[in-house]
Ligand binder design. Structure first.
Ligand code: NAI
Length: 335
């Protein structure tokens, strides 16, 4: 039997990867350009499963509609699952699966790319030399060697990132809700309290999930505890940072640099070409106006290896569900 999968947020690169991997599985993939939300949930009608990405909005109302349309499985193509109401899905008997581990290297390496680019002003140098301006004014950076980096979240991505920072000769201060002390000892890093990490880090990078506890972790209160001129890098989730507070920090020069792969209101903009439109999001527009801020469009995951692993694991997750096998990548609702 061929199962029907309504595949949302389908970009040409998704279709290329998934069509290739699907040759082995033979699912009927119904591609939709939009990300799933209440306005287009009707597109899931008749599907056995929906396959969604980071900017889908699967709240109670969407879950209720999915149930009504006979959808039995929500297959996330991402590690994070903050955009799905897991309690509502459990209540309606819809299973949720994700791809927990597709390439921590992809995200860690993009994090490092943002840091080095901001520090050495590569984004500005690129534009300047294109215009035959070979001046170095304003481009002085700092050695990463010997600086202290605060890593919030030492899971799969945080650990790979720490390996890269150690390679540069940086001192690492880590914070995690569940510190891995054996790892810290073997990696030669120290766990600290959040306040210690804020007070002592030249760069702070976020690798924890978005939860009720971590929402707006970076806000005026935490920014005030940081070193002057701190660099903040976020490849985690947009809502880990209160963006308006970050902007105030940038304006007062408390924050010296920000590298953002994610943005709290990214759903309205990221992954689409809006270059012909007038930008109506004043916060994003302000962020984009700073020469010491780099915004990338939630692309840290986007490597060949990660894409291929995402497609493979997603198809396995879906097949496991329909063949009644144990779901190793299920997101289980915890009361
Ligand atoms: P993971 O589950 O391996 O690690 C997360 C770590 O955060 C764990 O060690 C956990 O104990 C810790 N943590 C949980 N709550 C915390 C809190 N309140 N304070 C501090 N630490 C806390 O997850 P992984 O694979 O390392 O991914 C981390 C996050 O990166 C994901 O949740 C996702 O939001 C984001 N991500 C972003 C991508 C991108 O393309 N920009 C791609 C993949 C993941």
């Amino acid at each position: 039997m061929s199962y029907k999968i309504a595949f949302f947020d389908a970009k040409p690169y998704d279709r290329a990867t998934f069509d290739k991997v699907n040759e082995k599985y033979g699912f009927e993939l119904m591609y939709h350009k939009e990300h799933l939300d209440i306005n287009n949930v009707l597109l899931a009608s008749g599907a056995d499963a929906v396959c969604i990405f980071v900017n889908a909005v699967v709240d109670v109302a969407v879950v209720e509609k999915l149930k009504l349309y006979g959808v039995k499985l929500i297959a996330l193509r991402s590690a994070g699952f903050n955009n799905v109401d897991i309690a509502a899905a459990a209540q309606h008997g819809i299973k949720v699966v994700r791809v927990p581990d597709y390439s921590p290297h992809a995200i860690a390496e993009h994090t490092l790319a943002l840091m080095l680019c901001l520090n050495r002003k590569v984004h500005r140098a690129f534009l300047r030399t294109r215009d035959s301006n070979f001046s170095l004014l304003g481009f002085e950076g700092f050695d990463m060697y010997g600086k202290t980096i605060g890593v919030i979240g030492t899971g799969k991505i945080g650990k790979v990132a720490i390996g890269l920072f150690k390679g540069l000769g940086m001192n690492v201060l880590a914070y995690d809700l569940y510190p891995d002390t054996a790892y810290a000892e073997s990696a030669g890093i120290k766990y600290a309290t959040l306040d210690e990490l804020y007070a002592n880090s030249d760069i702070i990078t976020l690798h924890c999930p978005l939860t009720k506890e971590t929402e707006y972790l970076i806000c005026d209160e935490s920014i005030n505890k940081m070193k002057d001129g701190v660099m903040i890098v976020n490849t985690g989730r947009g809502k880990l940072i209160h963006t308006k507070h970050l902007i105030e920090g940038l304006l007062s020069r408390k924050v010296g640099y920000a590298g953002l792969d994610v943005y709290e209101e990214e759903g309205a903009y990221f992954y689409e070409d809006h270059s012909d439109a007038v930008m109506t999001d004043d916060v994003l527009a302000r962020l984009l106006s700073f020469n010491n801020v780099i915004v990338t469009s939630h692309q840290a995951f986007f490597t060949q290896e990660a894409m291929s692993n995402i497609a493979q694991t997603t198809m396995d997750n879906i097949l496991d569900f329909f063949e009644g096998r144990e779901l190793k990548n299920e997101v289980v609702y915890k009361m």
